[in-house]
Design a binder for this molecule. Structure first.
Ligand SMILES: Nc1ncnc2c1ncn2[C@@H]1O[C@H](COP(=O)(O)OP(=O)(O)O)[C@@H](O)[C@H]1O
Ligand SMILES: [Mg+2]
Length: 250
C-alpha cells in the first residue's frame, strides 16, 4: 500500500467526471479515477475502452467536454500540455518514443532539460542521471549507444527514466508492458512500486495486461466503452471472477 500521507501532500491528482469526445464518438463518459499520492492506480479495459483517451485528457492533449483535472488543488482542466507537464504530470505514451538517432545519454538529457526548471516532485526525491541508471541498470550498460540499438524493454525503461528526470509528481503510463517478456514487465513494475513507496510519486498505469497490473497496483479502475464499470482495491478486482471474465481477459 501507499506510504505517502495524502493530508500532507500538496500534489494530489484529481480526475473527476471526465467526458471526452472525438466528433460523434464519446470516448469517455463521466470518468473519475482515484489517484492517491504515492499509490499506483491501474486503469484497465479492452481495446477501445477509453484508456488512452483518459491519459491524453489528463495531460492536455484532449480537451474534455466535461469534468475536472487538478493537481495539488490547481485546476489544469483543458490547459496546454506544456503547462500540465510543467506542473508535474509526466505522460509516457504508448509506443516507447525514444529518439533513435540519439544515445541513451542524450535521450536522458532531454528529460533533464525539462526537469531543470521544476521543483523537486512530491516525496522529496530528486532524480538525476545516476539515480535513474540505478533504477534501470540495463541503461547504464548502454549509456553511449544509440537508442535504436535498444531492445523493447530497454526502450521502455528509457522513456520512464527520461520522464523521471523531468521531476514529476505524477507519472501517467500507457501500456508499458505491451509486447514485453514477463520478466522485463516484472522489472519495470518493480521500479514503479519503488517510485511510489520510496519516492511518493503517483502512478496511473494504463494496461491491457490486467493480471500483471493488478499485482503491482493499489487500486484499479475498469473501463468499458468509455464508462467506469468497476473501481476497487486491486486485490478485490483480481479476486472477482465474473469481472475478470467479462472485462479483464484472465
Ligand atoms: N483520434 C481519434 N479519433 C476518433 N476516435 C478516436 C480517436 N482516438 C480514439 N478514438 C476512439 O475512442 C475510443 C477510445 O479509444 P482509446 O482511448 O484509444 O481506447 P483504449 O486506449 O482503451 O484502447 C475508441 O472507440 C476509439 O476508436
Ligand atoms: Mg490505448
Amino acid at each position: 500500500m501507499s506510504t505517502a500521507d495524502p493530508s500532507t501532500s500538496t500534489d494530489r491528482l484529481e480526475i473527476e467526471g471526465l467526458t471526452a469526445t472525438y466528433g460523434p464518438v464519446t470516448a469517455l463518459e463521466d470518468v473519475s479515477v482515484p489517484a492517491a499520492p504515492g499509490a499506483i492506480t491501474a486503469v484497465l479495459g479492452a481495446n477501445g475502452a477509453g484508456k488512452t483517451t483518459l491519459l491524453r485528457t489528463v495531460s492536455g492533449l484532449v480537451r474534455p467536454a466535461a469534468g475536472r483535472v487538478s493537481l495539488g488543488g490547481r485546476d489544469l482542466t483543458g490547459a496546454e500540455p506544456e503547462r500540465i507537464a510543467a506542473a508535474g504530470i509526466a505522460h509516457v505514451p504508448e509506443g516507447r518514443g525514444v529518439i533513435t538517432e540519439l544515445s541513451v545519454e542524450e535521450n536522458l538529457r532531454l528529460g533533464s532539460l525539462l526537469g531543470a526548471r521544476r521543483p523537486t516532485g512530491s516525496g522529496g526525491r530528486r532524480f538525476d542521471t545516476d539515480g535513474v541508471l540505478e533504477l534501470f541498470p540495463a541503461l547504464a550498460e548502454r549509456f553511449r549507444r544509440p537508442a535504436d540499438t535498444l531492445s523493447g524493454g530497454e526502450r521502455q525503461m528509457l522513456v520512464v527514466a527520461r520522464a523521471l528526470l523531468t521531476q514529476p509528481s505524477v507519472l501517467l503510463l500507457d501500456e508499458p508492458s505491451l509486447g514485453l517478456a514477463p520478466r522485463v514487465v516484472s522489472q519495470i513494475f518493480a521500479v514503479l512500486r519503488d517510485l511510489t513507496d520510496a519516492g511518493g510519486i503517483t502512478v496511473v498505469l494504463v494496461e491491457q495486461n490486467a493480471r500483471s497490473a493488478l499485482q503491482v497496483a493499489d487500486t484499479g479502475v475498469v473501463l468499458s466503452l468509455g464508462r467506469v464499470v468497476a473501481v476497487d482495491e486491486a486485490s478485490a478486482l483480481a479476486a472477482d471472477q465474473a469481472l475478470r471474465h467479462a472485462y479483464l481477459g484472465f
